[in-house]
Design a binder for this molecule. Structure first.
Ligand code: SAH
Length: 219
């Protein structure tokens, strides 16, 4: 795996030419070791621009999509961010490198435990994670300056919009068909009681699923 640094440089160049220009986003992708978030059998693909399988039938998102969604959030180091769909924890780690604090929710206990182990090992202390149903958001910590969903819903979940700050809050999420055929990332801006929605780019995410799986059943 000696050539991981070379592959990382190549990936960063690829992301830049594909439209990731935000320097904070690029430097987060440069700093966060994606190899710590992929399964060991995919280590050699840690800096390929592709999504990879993780436990519980889920995926770690493609670096380009992570970059585009992070950039779309227009983050600063003052922001408190909610992520729905912790998965491997990679997107949360990228956010944590750019903003003040990340709250992240995952419905699979096993994935959450693995992600928390990675945050600890990497010394990432500004991420708080919990098992739960992301459709409900995290009311005790609301409002959030930014919200990102990394699983696709049919429509924008209203409870999440309600937990977005009225003062320039931004939410970025994939919306569309749960099978992944017609999904796109949309960006919602909230100002007072006014909303503005913008269509950004096509994607293919795993579906956002209601509720938390029963312990032992795995799904
Ligand atoms: N951000 C992740 C991508 C994970 S894939 C990463 O960087 O690796 C999407 C994740 O969303 C899956 O782990 C899935 O279990 C989770 N998910 C789906 N529906 C959910 C819900 N209602 N609440 C919380 N997590 C959910």
């Amino acid at each position: 795996m000696n050539d991981l640094p070379t592959r990382k440089i190549r990936l960063l160049m690829e992301l830049r030419s594909a439209g990731i220009t935000d320097t904070a986003t690029l430097s987060a992708i440069e700093t966060v070791p994606r190899e710590s978030f992929v399964e060991s059998q995919f280590l050699d693909q840690a800096y390929a621009n592709s999504a990879l399988p993780i436990s519980c039938g889920q995926t770690i998102s493609q670096p380009l999509v992570v970059g585009l969604m992070t950039q779309a959030l227009e983050l600063t180091d003052r922001h408190k961010v909610l992520e729905v769909g912790t998965g491997s924890g990679y997107q949360a780690a990228i956010l944590a490198a750019v903003c003040r604090r990340v709250y992240t929710i995952e419905r699979h206990r096993e994935l959450l435990a693995q992600a928390e182990g990675r945050f600890k090992k990497l010394g990432i202390h500004n991420v708080t994670a919990m098992v739960g149903d992301g459709y409900k958001g995290w009311p005790a910590q609301a409002p959030f300056d930014r919200i990102i969903c990394t699983a696709a819903s049919r429509v924008t979940p209203s409870e999440l919009v309600a937990q977005l700050s009225d003062e320039g809050g931004i939410m970025v999420l994939p919306v569309g068909d749960p099978a992944g055929l017609h999904q796109e990332v949309i960006r919602v801006r909230k100002d007072g009681k006014k909303f503005h929605s913008e269509r950004m780019f096509p994607v293919r995410f795993v579906p956002m699923v209601q509720g938390v799986p029963d312990v032992g059943k795995g799904r």
